[in-house]
Every structure is written in C-alpha cells, then in structure tokens.
Design a protein around this ligand. Structure first.
Ligand code: HXC
Length: 291
C-alpha cells in the first residue's frame, strides 16, 4: 500500500512529468517519511532507488512505490548500512546500471530513541552520529560522481531539535546540527559544479516512526502548541521535497526548509501558557480590531 495515490497528480500544486527522465536515490526510502518523498517523485515521473537495511521491508516498499506509475522503475537496494561507504558505493553502481543515472539524492536514513544522558552510552551516542551524520556524508560521497555529471541536487532530512536543548535527544540533536553544517558547506563547495544542497527539517509529522518513538504525551498535547493547529502530514514533507528538487528552487542552496507548522518559533513562555489556546480568547473578544 502507498500513502499517496493518483489524486496527487490532479490535486497537488505540481505538474505531472515534472521529473520525467530523472532518477532519485533515497536512503531510508522504505521508512515512513522518505518513502512518501519517493512516492511523490515517482508519481511526478522520476525513477527511484531505495536503500534500506531490511530486505523484506525494502523490497516491499520498492514494489508498492513502483505500482504508482505504469512505466515506473523502482530499484530495491536492501542490506545496505549507510555507515559503510563501500556498501553505498555498490548501491550507487547498481542504480546506475539499472536506471542509467542519479540526479537527486535524499539522505534520510536515521536512527533515534529516547535516552537521558545518564543512560546514553558512548556507543549509543556514536551509533546515532554514525547513522545520521556519517551516513549522510557517505551517501553524498558515494553519489558525488553522478551528482557532478548531472548537476544534481541533495536533500538531507534534518530536524529542529538542535535549535534548542531538547532533553533525551542529545545524540540526535548533535547529529542533526552536524547534518545542517554538512549541507551548508557542501552548498558552498559544490555550488560552482551546479550541485545544490538543502535540508528539510520536519516538525511533528503524523503517523511516522519518529513520532511513534518520541511522542509519548499524545497528539492533542502536541497540536495545542502548533501555530497552524494540526499535525504535519507526510505529504507536507513530500511537497517540500518536490519544491527543492524542481526548477522552482534553482537559486536555492544552503537552506533549511522547516516544515513544522511554525512550531519551533513558539517561545517557551508562550508554550507554557498553552499557546495558542489562550491566545484564541483575544481574537474572539468582542472589542478590538480597531485600525
Ligand atoms: C539507550 C540504547 C537504546 C535506547 C539502543 N541503545 N537503543 N540506549 N536507550 N532506547 C544503545 C545500545 O544499547 C548500544 O549501546 C547502542 O545504542 C547501539 O545499539 P545497537 O542496537 O547495537 O545499534 P544498531 O543495531 O546499529 O541500531 C541503531 C539504533 C536503532 C539507532 C540504536 O534504534 C536503529 O537501528 N534505529 C533505526 C530505525 C530508527 O531509529 N528510526 C527512527 C527514525 S526517526 P551499548 O553501549 O549497549 O553498546 C528519526 C527522527 C529524528 O530519526 C528527528 C526527530 C524529530
């Protein structure tokens, strides 16, 4: 089963065939967010290769995504750990052999769990840094030849955790801060080669592995603190992805596109007063609105 379907072609803002003839290489492509990023790219004409650790999960996801478009090709690349650059290089070689090229790269493979500093071992910290940060570096390293040849574009899946100190997320915050820094430096170094590098920083996205691991307090409590008053959807991230790979963003590089309903802009003082529930009473008050 896929999350997106043919309605995306008629109801989204994008034109069909936007990515015809292009190929996207996605690490974490069988997971929740990156899988839907891939679905959108394939619906809009791209072929894809998805990298994962689990054979069954990766094969099933590739088959499902391929079913979205009649002439689509989606290559499954299982048993690849992004911590090993040689495994990634083999995955890239197989992609080029089967699909001919790579234009776009999504570095999305990530690891996460909640752990306080006292219970976070050095190896646990290293595991997440290695998957999220070293894995992102390795992904671009392995794809560099293709990106260079095709003047491609990179999207790193980052987060907003490192914009402040988030407890129990020391490892992920440190890793994602590194991912942002990696993307910024690549934008500067690779810009003259015509390669763009950007990050997407998802906020609270409904029905994802990340939320199921992290959101212990329930959805309602989260929504109360989101200015746009809803959870994000996987399509919100897919749409941001399409924008950043489309010609509409051809002058955008070294940027972080935060897709979080305005969540990270909420100050602690506002959040502690159950903003924006409290704020609503000011807008609903009978007086006011004077020019
Ligand atoms: C404390 C933990 C732990 C936990 C693992 N460890 N889970 N410590 N609390 N809950 C410790 C282990 O004890 C070990 O340390 C070290 O981490 C490595 O564990 P392994 O299981 O050997 O590593 P590995 O098999 O490589 O697994 C990596 C992993 C795992 C990150 C630990 O959770 C994983 O594979 N995750 C992939 C899927 C995933 O996390 N998806 C979520 C993506 S969502 P010791 O000292 O005992 O050797 C996401 C959102 C981010 O990333 C943004 C949020 C807003």
């Amino acid at each position: 089963m896929t999350y997106l379907d043919q309605r995306y072609l008629s109801e989204s803002a994008w034109k069909p065939n936007l990515f015809q003839g292009k190929v996207v290489f996605v690490t974490g492509g069988a997971g929740s967010i990156c899988r839907v990023q891939t679905e959108a790219m394939v619906l809009l004409g791209a072929n894809a290769a998805i990298v994962g650790r689990n054979q069954q999960k990766t094969d099933d996801a590739a088959k499902d995504i391929q079913s979205l478009r009649k002439d689509a090709k989606v290559v499954s690349l299982p048993n690849v750990d992004v911590r090993d650059v040689k495994q990634l290089a083999s995955a890239v070689a197989k992609t080029v052999q089967e699909l001919g090229r790579i234009d776009f790269v999504i570095a999305g493979a990530a690891g996460n769990f909640l752990a306080d500093f006292n219970h976070l071992s050095s190896n646990a910290f290293k595991s997440v840094i290695d998957i999220d940060l070293l894995g992102s570096f390795n992904t671009v390293k392995a794809c560099f030849g293709e990106l260079r040849k095709n003047k491609g574009a990179i999207i790193f899946v980052s987060a907003t955790l490192h914009y402040y100190g988030v407890p129990f997320q020391i490892h992920v915050g440190a890793a994602k801060a590194g991912v942002d820094a990696l993307s910024n430096a690549l934008a500067v170094e690779l810009g003259p080669l015509g390669i763009r590098s950007n990050c997407i920083a998802p906020g609270p996205i409904d029905d994802t592995e990340g939320m199921s691991r992290l959101a212990r307090g329930g959805k309602e409590r989260i929504i109360q603190k989101v200015p746009l008053q809803r959870m994000g959807t996987k399509q919100d991230i897919a749409d941001a992805t399409v924008y950043l790979f489309s010609p509409a963003s051809s002058y955008v590089t070294g940027d972080v596109l935060v897709v979080d309903g305005g969540s990270w802009q909420v100050s602690q003082s506002a959040a502690s007063h159950d903003y924006p529930v409290t704020l609503k009473k000011y807008f609903d008050a009978p007086k006011g609105g004077k020019l």
